[in-house]
Design a protein around this ligand. Structure first.
Ligand SMILES: NC(=O)c1ccc[n+]([C@@H]2O[C@H](COP(=O)([O-])OP(=O)(O)OC[C@H]3O[C@@H](n4cnc5c(N)ncnc54)[C@H](O)[C@@H]3O)[C@@H](O)[C@H]2O)c1
Length: 394
């Protein structure tokens, strides 16, 4: 199949590469010309285990292409994935400007029947907006080209994204078009060989499934952090309690490690967006709002512990931070709790020696840019530091 993936970030690049690895002809599009230039030179702009090798192999096999030219990419495509960012807007809702701008460009440039797939995490009802935006452009062109809009949320985890994509727990496809569902089934067939993982449903339920999944996982994390905080007060060992409850199959071991709170590019913004969606639709979400509150408080727990131990003035002390990214195995620093912890310590006069196997460049160039008193080190073990683990779960 010929596929276009629009947005070549963590999700777009991994999805496009995995589709190409299954023998499809995939063109990944991005408006960031520097990113595309790098990709065309074989330089991979993000770190994800196994991704570089897979990209290079599929480029060599002429299954995978990179361009900034959407019109060119869409010429022969049967399916176009929208995988651009949906960052948190000022009011906490998901900012749809990138998704709708892509929809507009698709309407302006598509040349044949197309299945347009929302892979970005988007509020319920976005597929309708995407459909209306494309149709408006086709009407301007006086074109009667057919198209379908499908919701296919992505559940990959950064750090193990390739494995997750190649062997998904499930593939959720929301659509009201038999043609589109058939196309999606055909595309995902090689990923569902060992058992049926393909689940089709109506579009709104598919859009909601993604938010519900992330809210559930975030709830587990906040729940366990709250239990750990109570454990400390009553003299119980949170780790023993974790093992004790995780062994119950109904609870399970995943996502119940106490830590510095969840971070990353998904949970914080998706939990906030779901709260906003609920409120806009006349429902006051009490549990989900509490999950966010607990998480916000959890980010300051390490700084509070340090202040309790060393006092408010941390001048003359150097702290080692292990882990800058929001979790191991990625260079993604979006909403990483380490940013919060480091800023709290630096504010009180401390020096930082920070180590991360993948995310130091991201920290230097973006998230901790210009922050004095932060030194980046090439090894975990640097003398005379108090070590703090900055990873969250997510
Ligand atoms: N990162 C994850 O682990 C993950 C997992 C599941 C779902 N998601 C969702 O997937 C979506 C993408 O996330 P991401 O982490 O890959 O984002 P990202 O920021 O890494 O990548 C987005 C890319 O889209 C490009 N872009 C923006 N506007 C464009 C346009 N008009 N045309 C072409 N390219 C354009 C940007 O330049 C960027 O390269 C989000 O909605 C996110 O919530 C992310």
């Amino acid at each position: 199949m010929n596929i276009t993936v629009i947005g070549s970030g963590y999700v777009g690049l991994v999805s496009g590469t995995c589709f190409s690895d299954m023998g499809n002809r995939v063109t990944c599009v991005d408006i960031d010309s520097k990113k595309i230039e790098k990709l065309n030179k074989g330089i991979i702009p993000i770190y994800e285990s196994g991704l570089e090798q897979m990209i290079l192999q599929n480029v060599k096999n002429k299954n995978l292409f990179f361009t900034t030219e959407l019109a060119e990419a869409l010429k022969n495509s049967d399916i176009a994935f929208i995988a651009v960012g949906t960052p948190m807007g000022d009011d906490g809702s998901a900012d749809l400007q990138y998704v709708l701008s892509v929809a507009k460009s698709i309407g302006q440039t598509m040349q044949k029947r197309l299945v347009v797939v929302d892979k970005s995490t988007v509020p319920i009802g976005t597929a309708d907006k995407v459909k209306a935006t494309i149709q408006k452009e086709l009407d301007i062109r006086k074109s009667d080209l057919e198209f379908d809009v499908v919701s296919n949320p992505e559940f990959l985890k950064e750090g193990v994204a390739i494995a997750d994509f190649m062997k998904p727990d499930r593939v959720i496809v929301g659509s009201d078009s038999e043609y589109a569902i058939d196309k999606m089934k055909e595309l995902y067939h090689p990923f569902c060989m060992s058992r049926d993982r393909f689940m089709s449903m109506d579009i709104r339920s598919a859009e909601m499934t993604k938010y519900a999944a992330n809210a559930m996982l975030a709830t587990k994390i906040s729940f366990m952090n709250e239990i750990a905080n109570i454990c400390e007060k009553v003299g119980a060992d949170a780790n023993q309690v974790r093992l004790g409850i995780g062994s119950d199959k109904r609870i399970g071991y995943s996502f119940i490690y106490p830590g510095v709170g969840y971070g990353g590019s998904c949970f914080p913004k998706d939990v906030k967006a779901l709260t906003k969606i609920a409120k806009e639709n006349g429902y006051e979400p009490q549990l989900i709002s509490a999950v966010e509150k607990v998480n916000d408080a959890q980010k300051s727990v390490i700084a509070q512990k340090i202040v309790k131990r060393f006092g408010e003035d941390l001048t003359g002390l150097t702290f080692g931070i292990w882990g800058l990214a929001f979790k191991p195995g990625t260079d993604d620093m979006r909403e990483a709790p380490s940013i919060y912890v480091i800023k709290e310590l630096v504010k009180r006069g401390a020096k930082i020696k920070a180590y991360d196997p993948k995310a130091i460049d991201e920290a230097k160039e973006h998230y901790l840019k210009g922050l004095e008193k932060v030194e980046y080190v090439g090894s975990k073990y640097v003398k005379r530091s108090v070590y703090v683990n900055g990873y969250s779960l997510g």
